[in-house]
Design a protein around this ligand. Structure first.
Ligand code: UN1
Length: 504
């Protein structure tokens, strides 16, 4: 495909038509990172619209919470069907809007379908416990109830899948949702909202149950500050999460924060090195290093360091960088020029402190001077400091050597983020130690798999500055509901707990 022949603007128009989106034009200009060109412009909302959207969502919530959970699951089942039917078009739209490879764009929609399936099953499994009581003729139990309007703030890099994690769970839990997508990816959000709107109508869901608000900071703040929104799930930078978390804490709102990662992998002497090479390559370079789970730090045992790093360098030198719509290209563009600048800055800082940089050059892809393509960079560092301690949202892999596993684990943990981590080893003791309480301190710890590409069945999220939230699978649903403890006395007397007496 010659770059000049690609008319992304026209293709977006066609895709939106195929997906049934009728979006008003407006002042928010959308650029495809594939070409750097403006491909669409969409309308934005203001704080008043947010207020009205939340108001409608709250009214819908009051009705939706009374719908039996398995019936709520039926709505999410229909959403999953709609996504299956439009997987190709939506995946392509995601690829064009944020510059993912075709396979990753489709994978993102698959992740949405998967979480819908999960949530449908979950809609019959919102279990509470029955708990032994200390009093005769009493029963104690927990019940889980719908919480209210759930605000969802999503990032550009997974513009629709992370919304789906939250939306599918929130809806089966009996909540209404209001979504503020990234300003860099409003088109995919409009498309998903159009699909959802269809099934909302089809299933007779209350009006206003799922809202979409587009805009910048003031739109996000209006959502976060609204007292009718008891829970906000926000994905993005640690800086953004700190602000959102503090505003929510000020009004005792709940937060699910999924923020920065600075993920590491350890390659031990017993590792299957072919597998490790593959795992490291995908985790570090996939999605052009723009996943929160991207591998950013690599600790290689000194006895295998030279051979392994040499092989990795040749993979870095040969990986095909270019238009992500061409299937043979594994590394697409950065989201924009600012991302390119921060990558350049990190590499300069690393080099100034003695890091040996391979790659990282800007790559001109024919005819698109405004696009930000780079060759992924590897930086050999003598120690873990400076830019290694920060998350730069770009394909930079800092490589360091280690002697003792305990030191490598300590280095894995010695950053302020705590999302994902891996060990490549065939030694059972090493693997188990890494997974143990004194091993990796991250929310995700893997063996012989890279740091990225988690399945939806597990809880997703991390510790420390990653924000502490958990989304997606396992029992993450509990964060979207409120828990009530119920104690029932079916006897004729009133024994008090803790043996307290109060004879009136
Ligand atoms: C993100 O980058 O915000 O585990 C989410 C992964 C994907 C989700 C990433 N399933 O890499």
């Amino acid at each position: 495909m010659g770059s000049k022949e690609l008319d992304l603007k026209a293709e977006i128009r066609e895709l939106l038509m195929a997906l049934g989106v009728n979006a008003a034009e407006g002042p928010l200009r959308v650029h495809s990172p594939i070409s750097g060109e403006e491909v669409a412009s969409v309308a934005v909302h203001d704080a008043e619209t947010v207020e009205a959207t939340v108001g409608a969502a709250h009214a819908a919530f009051l009705l939706w919470r009374d719908v039996p959970a398995p019936r709520r699951g039926e709505l999410v089942r229909l959403l999953g069907e709609e996504l299956r039917a439009h997987k190709t078009a939506l995946g392509r739209l995601v690829s064009i809007e944020v510059g993912k490879s075709v396979s990753e764009g489709l994978g993102e929609v698959q992740e949405m379908i998967d979480i819908c399936d999960f949530a449908v099953g979950l809609s019959r499994q919102l279990y509470g416990l029955t708990i032994a009581t200390e009093r005769p003729d009493h029963r104690m139990m927990e019940t889980w109830h719908p919480l209210g309007v759930t605000g969802i703030i999503s990032a550009f890099n997974f513009p629709v899948a992370v919304w789906a994690w939250n939306a599918a769970l929130a809806l089966v839990c009996g909540n209404a949702i209001v979504w503020k997508p990234s300003e860099k990816a409003p088109i995919s959000a409009l498309a998903v909202q159009a699909l959802l709107n269809r099934v909302l109508v089809q299933s007779g869901a209350p009006d206003g149950l799922a809202g979409l608000v587009i805009g910048g900071r003031e739109v996000g703040e209006a959502l976060v500050d609204d007292p009718r929104v008891p829970l906000v799930s926000a994905t993005g930078s640690t800086e953004m999460g700190r602000k959102v978390g503090q505003r929510l804490a000020g009004r005792f709102g709940r937060a699910i924060l999924e923020l920065g990662g600075n993920n590491a992998a350890i390659v031990t002497p017993s590792a299957d090195l072919d597998l490790a090479l593959h795992g490291v390559a995908f985790a570090a370079m996939g999605t052009a290093g723009q996943r929160c789970t991207t591998l950013r730090r690599l600790f290689v045992h000194e006895t295998i360091y030279d051979g392994f790093v040499a092989r990795l360098k040749s993979v870095y030198a040969s990986v095909s960088v270019g238009n992500p719509l061409v299937e043979s290209n594994l590394v697409g563009p950065l989201i924009d020029g600012r991302a390119l600048e921060s990558m350049r800055h990190a590499l300069e800082t690393a080099a100034a402190s003695g890091g040996v940089v391979t790659g990282g050059e800007r790559v001109e892809i024919g005819g698109w001077p405004d696009a930000a393509y780079v060759r992924p960079a590897m930086v050999e560092m003598a120690s873990q400091d400076g830019p290694v301690l920060q998350e730069t949202f770009a394909p930079i892999l800092y490589v360091m050597r280690y002697t003792h596993l305990a030191d490598a684990i300590a280095l894995n943990n010695a950053v302020s983020q705590g999302l994902s981590s891996s060990i490549f080893t065939t030694n059972m003791r090493e693997a188990e130690r890494f997974l143990s309480g004194r091993g990796s301190d991250c929310g995700i710890a893997n063996v012989n798999i890279g740091t990225s590409g988690a399945e939806i069945g597990g809880a997703f999220g991390g510790e420390k500055e990653t924000g502490g939230g958990r989304e997606s699978g396992s029992d993450s649903w509990k964060a979207y509901m409120r828990r009530a403890t119920n104690t029932i006395n079916y006897g004729a007397t009133l024994p008090l707990a803790q043996g307290v007496t109060f004879d009136v």
